[in-house]
Design a protein around this ligand. Structure first.
Ligand SMILES: Cc1cc2nc3c(=O)[nH]c(=O)nc-3n(C[C@H](O)[C@H](O)[C@H](O)COP(=O)(O)OP(=O)(O)OC[C@H]3O[C@@H](n4cnc5c(N)ncnc54)[C@H](O)[C@@H]3O)c2cc1C
Length: 422
């Protein structure tokens, strides 16, 4: 069985950045991707807006991925395409990974692994809509795959349920391709997508956004013929008498993304209920020593630039782990955060590892003007004011916690709502 220092599972932007940085630390690296090409979800994102932080340029998804594919090709990272990882097993000095490809089943070994398996979309079965189940109900990502990769138009007139970024981007894309987008319907009272996408994808194309409104029923036998929409109350229950029937041949769902973590769960990696990704430390190491998580598998990112950024940490740390076999031992302390956060990553901090540049990613639980505060043992060690925080927009801060945590303790994160404080 071939043995590697680091095996990276998933060849999207997270896996590519992790593999390149692990190689840069001197590791023997294998990158495994189930599809025929590297690049992950970016292959189908032909719109621009990628890379503003990473390359200070506006790139399309394939261009952004292309830059990392070139970087990987210039290294000695080995790549296996059309190869699906089906199982990971823990052994005394690392892991055995089972693979399936066209030649059959095989295994490879690694001292450490990076899980960069991305995320998947919530489907129609995961949201409760009454009525029939005809053809014509797609997720936004599937629609994007049809239009951008296969050159097929699966809709003439559609309704979009959910205001996630993929739905917004597809509203614009379908309009440009000649379809009628009747409107975007969002059950919450605030949009789920980035503000820039609301403006550039909806308002610039005169596509209405209906907040506090949902799709309650589908009609049609073979193909969708109409949907019923209704306003909802503050508990998101449809309000009687507000129903409206809209004729359409497609319902496009953009109702959330879920980190893909079946492999992580199979080796008992602890998951966070809020992010649905692994609980990790500042090195992106999960609760299982030697298993690292990166990109959308760790938590759903808004910008790919942050995916690349955090995945470099995962790759570098995985390579170091492979070299040292985690010496010194980890000394984990749980970070605390208040109820104003949707989530904070990392959820734990390893006191025996470098604390001088801890990247912290967070989202607020609701729209607010806030002061982000970090305390250690009750003493404020960092603060930053935000004129606006919105749940769809992820924030990143880099903290030097070396001095504050040198005698132990734990970081406590607070989001003080400045609007409420007055
Ligand atoms: C429609 C859409 C629009 C977006 N627009 C923007 C934008 O404008 N700007 C921006 O900055 N970001 C945008 N993003 C976000 C960005 O694309 C993602 O953050 C990024 O692609 C996540 O990278 P990843 O590597 O974690 O996951 P992915 O790109 O999903 O890659 C995961 C890879 O893992 C592989 N894989 C999974 N399981 C296995 C397995 N068991 N074995 C082998 N391989 C496996 C998959 O095939 C896939 O290639 C957008 C995302 C989407 C979906």
């Amino acid at each position: 069985m071939t043995a590697y220092d680091v095996i990276v599972i998933g060849g999207g932007p997270a896996g590519l950045a992790a593999a390149v940085s692990a190689y840069g630390e001197g590791a023997k690296v294998l990158l495994i991707e189930r599809e025929a090409k590297l690049g992950g979800i970016l292959k189908q994102c032909v719109h621009d807006g990628f890379g503003l932080i990473e390359f200070k340029e506006k790139l399309t998804g394939p261009e952004y991925a292309g830059r990392f594919i070139e970087q990987a090709a210039a290294t000695g990272v080995e790549t296996r395409l059309l190869t699906f990882v089906t199982k990971i097993e823990k052994i005394a000095d690392g892991f055995v990974i089972s693979l399936v490809d066209r030649s059959g089943v095989s295994s490879v070994a690694a001292k450490s692994i990076v899980l960069a398996t991305g995320c998947r979309e919530r489907t129609a079965r995961q949201v409760f809509i009454g009525g029939t189940r005809p053809a014509g109900i797609f997720t936004a990502g599937t629609t994007q795959h049809f239009v951008n990769l296969r050159g097929k138009m699966p809709v003439k007139k559609c309704v979009i349920l959910g205001s996630g970024d993929i739905g917004l981007i597809m509203a614009r894309r379908l309009s440009l391709e000649g379809a009628t987008v009747e409107g975007v319907y969002e059950v919450k009272s605030t949009p789920s997508g980035l503000t820039r996408n609301i403006h550039q994808c909806l308002y610039d194309f005169n596509i209405p956004l209906h907040l506090s409104t949902t799709v309650t029923r589908c009609f049609g036998n073979d193909r969708l013929t109409a949907v019923e929409v209704a306003a909802v109350d503050e508990k998101m229950r449809p309000i009687k008498g507000t129903e409206r029937i809209i004729e359409c041949d497609a319902l496009i769902l953009s109702v959330g993304l879920i980190p893909e973590n079946e492999l992580a769960e199979s080796i008992d990696v602890a998951l966070d209920n809020r992010t649905r990704g692994p609980i990790c430390d500042q090195n992106c190491m999960t609760s299982v020593p030697g298993v690292f998580s990166a990109g959308n598998a760790l938590h759903v990112h808004d910008l790919v630039d942050y995916v690349s950024d955090c995945s470099r940490i995962a790759g570098k740390s995985a390579a170091r782990f492979a070299k040292t076999q985690s010496k010194p031992e980890r000394k984990l302390t749980q970070a605390a955060f208040d109820k104003n956060f949707l989530y904070v990553v990392p959820q734990t901090v390893d006191l025996n590892s470098d604390l001088s540049a801890v990247s912290v990613y967070f989202r607020s639980g609701y729209d607010m003007k806030a002061r982000f505060v970090v305390r250690v043992n009750g003493k404020e060690v960092f603060s930053k004011r935000y004129s606006v925080l919105k749940p769809p927009e992820m924030e990143k801060v880099v903290l030097n916690l070396a001095e504050a945590l040198k005698d132990g303790g734990k970081p406590e994160f607070a989001l003080e709502d400045v609007t409420k404080l007055g």
